[in-house]
Design a protein around this ligand. Structure first.
Ligand code: UDP
Ligand code: MG
Length: 330
């Protein structure tokens, strides 16, 4: 199944970087040491590499990467023409890496994800897992705000029917075939954490403690986090649209109740003239409008699903019939 040199899988570690000049020296040192150790122990192939993806940085990130590329035999780099965001930069790296690697680990450049658990990822991969999720066993190094907002994020998403691996960011291992599966998701608004579980295949988790950012600042300010969360919801679910339809139906039913109430008041003679017709029209028209809006939304939701053109399945194994094999051999 694996195309390896000396019987070990080729690993590529993909690291997206945006203005990370302050951390790159240390990150390179740690990743190189780790890879070399694994190669020496015959855990991974000597063709294993690190792929830095420079996401349009405007500091000296690319200079560092080119320098490491000359100095360290296992370091490679990919420079994107402009800043396209973490998820897109990561995808660029993953798709490049899968051309040569048997398995790919994605990791942030700021050393928040613990490099020391890479051997665990590799052994889980060798046990036959195509996807290994890195899960934070403890978030105490995150700020209270980041922790709380992360919990809220998972809650909101699961209300809308989007199920993510809890406390897993983008530290994960994927096999070549899982990445081939990922490549078939051609959507523009990319939310990898949501897509990867949809691919299928055997998966497992590896636990690690999340460190503080080694240096520099988070590239995910509140504004980006909110837009990330909104992307998560709107890329995976059309429940917000269905919500409008539900309100519409409720209003419509309420309008019928109101009508009965208003008419009873009118016949009992305690309604100001003009009030009954006004009340009935407002509720009735409001209900009809919201239902129509929801209905239009349902169609938009369908169109949205169609244009994403997501694959309907991912193939795992195919056994050829013996008669065919015999036929081919002749
Ligand atoms: N990153 C990127 N492009 C961006 C923003 C971030 O490639 O537009 C990279 C960044 O260099 C880091 C990773 O994505 O390696 C995660 O970003 P960060 O550490 O700032 O996010 P946080 O850990 O605070 O959520
Ligand atoms: Mg970080």
């Amino acid at each position: 199944m694996m195309a390896h040199s000396n019987g070990c899988p080729i690993l590529t570690v993909v690291v997206p970087c945006y203005n990370e000049e302050e951390v790159l020296v240390e990150t390179t040192l740690r990743l190189s040491t780790m890879l070399r150790g694994l190669v020496a122990n015959k855990q991974i192939s000597s063709l294993s590499t690190v792929l830095y993806v420079d996401d349009g940085s405007n500091d000296r990130t690319w200079e560092y990467i080119s320098e490491f590329n000359l100095k360290y035999p296992e370091i490679s780099g990919l420079k994107l023409a402009r800043n396209v965001g973490h998820q897109n930069a990561l995808l660029a790296g993953l798709l490049h890496a899968k051309e040569t690697a048997d398995c790919v680990i994605s990791i942030d450049s700021d050393l928040q994800d613990d490099v020391e658990v890479i051997p665990e990822f590799i052994s889980k991969f060798k046990e036959g897992n195509d996807i290994v999720y890195g899960v934070r066993s403890d978030r105490s190094t995150d700020t209270l705000f980041k922790r709380k907002s992360a919990i809220a994020f998972y809650k909101v998403l699961s209300w809308f029917g989007v199920n993510l691996v809890f406390n897993h960011a983008d530290y994960r291992l994927m096999s070549k075939r899982a990445l081939n599966g990922l490549e078939r998701y051609r959507e523009v608004n990319l939310f990898l954490r949501g897509i990867v579980p949809l691919i299928g295949y055997k998966s497992t988790e590896v636990y690690y403690e999340r460190n503080k950012r080694f240096a520099g600042e988070s590239k995910y300010p509140l504004k980006k986090m909110i837009s990330f969360a909104l992307d998560g919801v709107t890329s995976f679910s059309i429940s917000p649209i269905r919500f409008i339809t539900m309100i519409g139906i409720s209003f419509f039913l309420l309008s019928l109740i109101t009508a009965v109430y208003v008419l009873v008041s009118k016949f009992n003679g305690n309604a100001v003239s003009g009030w009954p017709s006004l009340m009935i029209s407002i509720w009735f028209i409001g209900g009809v409008q919201l239902i129509s809006l929801g209905l239009i939304g349902e169609y938009i939701g369908k169109i949205y699903k169609e244009v994403k053109g997501r694959p309907k399945y991912t193939e795992e194994i195919k056994l050829d019939a013996l008669v065919l094999k015999v036929d081919q051999a002749q």
